[in-house]
Design a protein around this ligand. Structure first.
Ligand code: 25A
Ligand code: L14
Length: 339
């Protein structure tokens, strides 16, 4: 890799954007120039990159002159408006929002699962980063799929508040403090109090009774696994956790796969760490996964209710592997193989 790149981070001041900056540094991404973009609220703020202060600029349609790679995490509305401008200016966009994921002309990529799909970026100049809950699930399921093909997935999620950005992290902190002080505290980000509670709603409800988050898991899983026949049903739940989503995943395979075979396959899989010693109370935990880039899998067991089934507990940092790290990994493959 001889070249260095001009990289723009859109939404640089947000929970995901700030982590993207850290991950670019940690992984030593070949950067020639960085540009940090956000709303007018953050204009003039300074963020550090490799020890140097970089001034945040206001995002507009002329922000992308000379940019090679633009990594977006400023929400779907901003991506719909500005990703095409970035692509027109010659940048390849890696977009973290839900805006482009199901566009048939936009690849939806998890580098451990379908890196070859990146080649499809040329049509629109955009590559989509999947939903956080979907990313960690497909990283854990791909090695098993390749061995025994998946027929059906039943998943329940336990999702951290950081998925909804910095304002939700602050809301949970404030509600905990208010509860300890015996004060009441009105919910703002979520429809109900999140502290000491579980909310069976992430994103808005659709006509079929599922939330949009749940239908992202259904549709994105099929697209990334390149198998439209996989049946998926999901219940996505917000829990009072700051970082890392946890998932109880039940899988039905076409043929039998034993728990020990699954453990072996997952131990050899890229991006996965098996943490599975239940007799010593060792299994993946949100607090342990926070700040890490791997997907942690445990509680691997054969489903006693069906012939070819497994149950798994899958945990990953939603801001890192679920968003920032996955986006930077996509940019790495792009830089190495395509630019
Ligand atoms: O639409 P989606 O795809 O469903 O995504 C919705 C949200 O989810 C997050 C992200 O929130 C996004 O906005 N997100 C996106 N992809 C994600 C993923 N894969 C994801 N989360 C998890 N996984 P976020 O809070 O992390 O980041 C928001 C960033 O977007 C910038 N932004 C917002 N409006 C913009 C814009 N950038 C350009 N133009 C616009 N019009 C936003 O920048 C942030 O970087 P900012 O300038 O708003 O700075 C945030 C700073 O300002 C403080 N702040 C926030 N809101 C207010 C505020 N201060 C005053 N008043 C406010 N109302 C914050 O504390 C922060 O310091
Ligand atoms: O579609 O609130 O990637 O936890 C990821 C975070 C949607 C919202 C996405 C959350 C977003 C979700």
């Amino acid at each position: 890799m001889a070249r260095d790149f001009s990289v723009a981070v859109v939404g640089a001041t947000g929970a995901v954007g700030r982590t993207m900056i850290r991950v670019l540094e940690e992984r030593d991404f070949p950067v020639r120039e960085v540009r940090f973009l956000a709303s007018e609220r953050s204009e003039g703020k300074e963020l550090l990159f490799r020890g140097e202060k970089i001034c945040v600029q206001r995002l507009d349609h002329n922000s992308f002159d000379g940019v090679d790679i633009a990594i977006f995490s400023a929400g779907a509305e901003r991506s719909l408006i500005f990703a095409p401008s970035a692509a027109r200016a010659g940048a390849v966009v890696v977009d973290n929002s839900s805006a482009w994921r199901m566009d048939p002309e936009v690849p939806l990529v998890v580098p451990e699962v379908n890196p070859h799909a990146i080649s499809g970026y040329k049509t629109k100049g955009i590559i989509a980063n999947p939903n956080c809950s979907t990313i960690q699930m497909v990283v854990a399921l791909k090695p098993l799929y390749d061995c025994a093909r998946i027929r059906r997935i039943v998943v329940s999620t336990y999702q951290a508040v950081s998925g909804s950005g910095q304002k939700a992290i602050t809301e949970l902190e404030e509600q905990v403090r208010a509860w300890v002080d015996g004060r009441s505290s009105e919910p703002r980000v979520y429809p109900h109090q999140i502290a000491f509670n579980c909310l069976p709603q992430i994103d808005i409800f659709q006509e079929n009774g599922y939330t949009r988050e749940e239908m992202k898991m259904v549709n994105e899983t099929r697209k990334i696994m390149e198998d439209p026949e996989i049946r998926v049903t999901a219940t996505t739940v917000r829990v009072p956790v700051f970082y890392s989503h946890s998932e109880a995943v039940n899988v039905e395979f076409e043929k039998k796969i034993s728990a020990s075979e699954a453990r072996e396959l997952l131990s050899a899989a890229p991006g996965v760490k098996v943490v599975d010693d239940p007799l010593h109370s060792i299994y993946p935990l949100a607090l342990d996964a926070a700040g890490q880039d791997l997907v942690f899998v445990g509680r691997i067991r054969e489903d006693i209710s069906q012939a070819n089934g497994l149950d798994l507990w899958v945990v990953a940092d939603n801001i890192r592997k679920g968003a920032a790290t996955n986006a930077v990994q996509i940019a790495e493959v792009l830089a190495e193989r395509y630019l």
